[in-house]
Write a protein that binds this ligand. Structure first.
Ligand SMILES: Nc1ncnc2c1ncn2[C@@H]1O[C@H](COP(=O)(O)OP(=O)(O)OP(=O)(O)O)[C@@H](O)[C@H]1O
Ligand SMILES: [Mg+2]
Length: 263
C-alpha cells in the first residue's frame, strides 16, 4: 500500500491568540508499498502527531493524506499502531493472552487458531511466564511487548510503530529489532517506525526521514540506507552514515534547550 502525504499541516488553535499554531506544516512524504521508513526527530517536534494522523486517530488540519489513493480519516485494521504509551491501547480487563488475541477474535478465528498465533508471539516477546497477568500487573516494558505481540499477530498491511522499543532493556530490544527486520524481510510490510536513536534508525530502516523541530515541523531531509540486512553497527559504512545523520541532526537541534535534548 503506498502512502502519499502532501503539504500536510496540523494546528491546535490556542485560546489566547487568533494565530494558528502549526505543530506540523508542509509535511511531504511518499512511501512505496513495502518500505521500512524511519521517522527521526527531536522530542516534541510532532512525530507522534504525524503517526497518529496516518493511523487515523488524529485529524489533520490541511493537506493530503492518502493510502492507495483513498483519503484517510479514521483508524482501520489494515494499519496497526504500536503507541508510545501502551496504557492507551491495552484493555485492562483482559489478560496478556486475551489482549493479544482480541483482534483475532474479532476476525472470527477459532480458539485453537487464536491460541496458536498468540503462543508464537508471546514466546517471541518473552512473556511466556506472564500470559495470564493483567496490564495492571505488568511493568511498562512488558506492556509494550504485549502491544508489539498483538500488532504482529494481527498481521496488518501497514505497521505504525511509535518508539516501540524505547522502554525495553537492551537485550529484549536487540531481539525485537532483529525480529522486526526478519518479519519485514519475509513479508515486506510497509513500516513507519519512530525513534530518537540514530543507531536504531540506521540499523533498521531503508530510508530515514529527519524532522525539524516544531512549530512548523516537517520532514526536511531523508537518507537512503543502502546497507544489506542484517547490519553491523561496527562497520565503517554504518559509522560513516551515522556521522552524516548526526551532524545534520545536531545542526537542527543545536539551539533547543538542552533539557529537551534527547539524543
Ligand atoms: N492535544 C494537543 N493540544 C495542543 N498541543 C498538542 C496536543 N498534542 C500534542 N501537542 C503538541 O504538539 C507537539 C508535538 O507533540 P508530539 O507528541 O507529536 O511530539 P513527539 O515528536 O512525538 O515528541 P516525543 O519525542 O517527546 O514523543 C508538542 O509541542 C505538543 O505539546
Ligand atoms: Mg512522541
Amino acid at each position: 500500500m503506498s502512502i502519499i502525504i502532501k503539504n500536510l499541516g496540523k494546528t491546535y488553535d490556542t485560546l489566547e491568540s487568533e494565530d494558528k499554531n502549526y505543530i506540523l506544516k508542509d509535511v511531504n512524504l511518499t512511501l512505496n508499498k513495502g518500505e521500512f521508513f524511519i521517522l527521526l526527530g527531536p522530542s516534541g517536534c510532532g512525530k507522534s502527531t504525524l503517526l497518529n494522523i496516518i493511523g487515523g486517530f488524529i485529524e489533520k488540519s490541511e493537506g493530503i493524506l492518502t493510502i492507495d489513493k483513498r483519503e484517510i480519516y479514521k483508524p482501520s485494521r489494515e494499519r496497526a499502531m504500536v503507541f508510545q504509551h501502551p496504557d492507551a491501547s491495552l484493555f485492562p480487563w483482559l489478560n496478556v493472552r486475551e489482549n493479544i488475541e482480541f483482534g483475532l477474535k474479532m476476525k472470527g478465528l477459532t480458539k485453537e487458531e487464536r491460541n496458536e498465533i498468540s503462543d508464537k508471539y508471546i514466546k517471541l516477546v518473552g512473556l511466556d511466564m506472564h500470559r495470564e497477568k493483567y496490564p495492571s500487573e505488568l511493568s511498562g516494558g512488558m506492556k509494550q511487548r504485549v502491544q508489539i505481540a498483538r500488532v504482529l499477530s494481527n498481521d496488518p498491511e501497514i505497521l505504525l510503530m511509535d518508539e516501540p522499543f524505547g522502554a525495553l532493556d537492551a537485550q529484549t530490544r536487540g531481539i525485537l529489532q532483529r525480529e522486526l527486520v526478519r518479519i519485514w524481510l519475509e513479508t515486506k510490510k510497509t513500516i513507519i517506525f519512530i525513534t530518537h536513536d540514530i543507531q536504531e534508525a540506521i540499523l533498521l530502516g531503508e530510508r530515514i526521514g529527519v524532522m525539524s523541530k516544531s512549530p512548523n515541523a516537517s520532514i526536511y531531509k531523508t537518507y537512503d540506507v543502502k546497507l544489506p540486512h542484517y547490519r553491523d553497527v561496527s562497520s565503517k559504512e554504518f559509522n560513516e552514515l551515522y556521522r552524516r545523520v548526526q551532524s545534520n541532526f545536531d545542526k537542527e537541534v543545536k539551539w533547543i534547550d538542552s533539557s529537551e535534548l534527547v539524543i
